[in-house]
Design a protein around this ligand. Structure first.
Ligand code: HEC
Ligand code: HEC
Ligand code: HEC
Ligand code: HEC
Ligand code: HEC
Length: 212
């Protein structure tokens, strides 16, 4: 008996294989392009967080500066999220019995970080750098909106390539003095900002700036 003799009809499968491979490739591309994006790269995305931390209360009402918690935003690519200890600077004394803060207290006791859910998330093939923007005078509000009014953080801009490029081609209207980058309500004075208060910028539009 010939073990390697396949019935004649299997020949047809071999003919089908190349189209299937192409189909599979397309499927993978679509999966990446559409499947992954609605969740993370969509305007309006506002995932529930493990602690109901409110920017409206802390950054808005209490007026805590963004950099108190997002400490690396001026000097690195990533803004970084606050460590539990940063929250405990206050919550070791404020609202110590609050059930809303039980996970925070547990994290302080065990050293296990709070599993905050990412809101903004560019694809891995894109390089973004906070420091390059913040230290030149692009305000947080240009890209994140009125975070000081958000009970839950929400993505307000598409973060698409077209969106990045629109500003890189014409940044002049949005530039502000560097000491105002975290001010959510800053507006240019009547007659425009004194050019002496602005950094001169020339954002690149070449592919390798954002794709490395
Ligand atoms: C007291 C600490 C604190 C302050 C002050 C603060 N934040 Fe946050 N921020 C957090 C924490 C904690 C998270 C993660 C949980 C969440 O998304 O709400 C966060 C998340 C964010 C995110 C979403 C991050 C992501 O996953 O994409 C943005 C954007 C943000 N903050 C911007 C700001 C801006 C702008 C300011 C100033 C107006 C500010 N924050 C002030 C603590 C703070
Ligand atoms: C500079 C001080 C300060 C820091 C830092 C701070 N908080 Fe608060 N937080 C407060 C104050 C004040 C209140 C409001 C207390 C009140 O309602 O009287 C509050 C309220 C809260 C509440 C609501 C509690 C309740 O029972 O109503 C939560 C949740 C909370 N904070 C989470 C956090 C988290 C998480 C962090 C760190 C990312 C943080 N806070 C950092 C001062 C702070
Ligand atoms: C030019 C647009 C732009 C500006 C200005 C900007 N951000 Fe962001 N921010 C982004 C993008 C894009 C992401 C997602 C980055 C990623 O997925 O790699 C992000 C992510 C974040 C995150 C999540 C952690 C991280 O680094 O990925 C925090 C927190 C944050 N921004 C806070 C701030 C604060 C605070 C300011 C102002 C001091 C600010 N951002 C200014 C575009 C901006
Ligand atoms: C609101 C305006 C604005 C938006 C939106 C914006 N940028 Fe920028 N970007 C700038 C400015 C201004 C600079 C500083 C250029 C300089 O220093 O001459 C810059 C600089 C950079 C740099 C540093 C390299 C360089 O050109 O000096 C990178 C990388 C970058 N941007 C990537 C991005 C990406 C990726 C996005 C979209 C996710 C984005 N930017 C969205 C305004 C913006
Ligand atoms: C200022 C930043 C920036 C520059 C410059 C830039 N890109 Fe992009 N690019 C992005 C961002 C952000 C995305 C992700 C968009 C998304 O996921 O919605 C992207 C996505 C892409 C993709 C994936 C397909 C897609 O649309 O999501 C390709 C391919 C691409 N860029 C090619 C290029 C080429 C070629 C150049 C030069 C002509 C270039 N990019 C310049 C920011 C940039």
């Amino acid at each position: 008996m010939d073990l390697f003799h396949f019935p004649r009809w299997t020949n047809r499968i071999r003919l089908l294989l190349p189209p299937m491979a192409i189909g599979g490739g397309l499927y993978a591309v679509c999966l990446v392009a559409f499947g992954a994006s609605p969740d993370t790269l969509a305007v309006g995305y506002a995932p529930k967080q493990p602690i109901p931390y409110s920017h409206r209360l802390h950054a808005g009402e209490l007026g805590i500066d963004c950099r108190y918690c997002h400490q690396n935003v001026e000097n690195s690519a990533h803004a970084s999220l606050p460590a539990t200890a940063t929250c405990m600077n206050c919550h070791a004394k404020v609202k110590t019995e609050s059930p809303l803060l039980s996970l925070l207290r547990e994290s302080a006791d065990t050293g296990v970080a709070i599993p905050w859910v990412k809101v903004h998330d560019l694809p891995d093939h894109v390089f973004f750098n906070h420091s390059a923007h913040v230290t030149r005078g692009v305000g947080c509000v240009e890209c994140h909106g009125r975070v000081d009014k958000m009970e839950v953080v929400e993505q307000v801009e598409p973060l698409s390539m077209g969106w990045c490029l629109d500003c890189h081609r014409n940044p002049d209207d949005i530039m502000r003095p560097v000491d105002q980058v975290t001010n959510m309500v800053w507006t240019a004075p009547e007659g425009g900002v004194d050019p002496a208060d602005l950094r001169e910028v020339n954002p690149s539009t070449s592919c390798s700036t954002c794709h490395r």
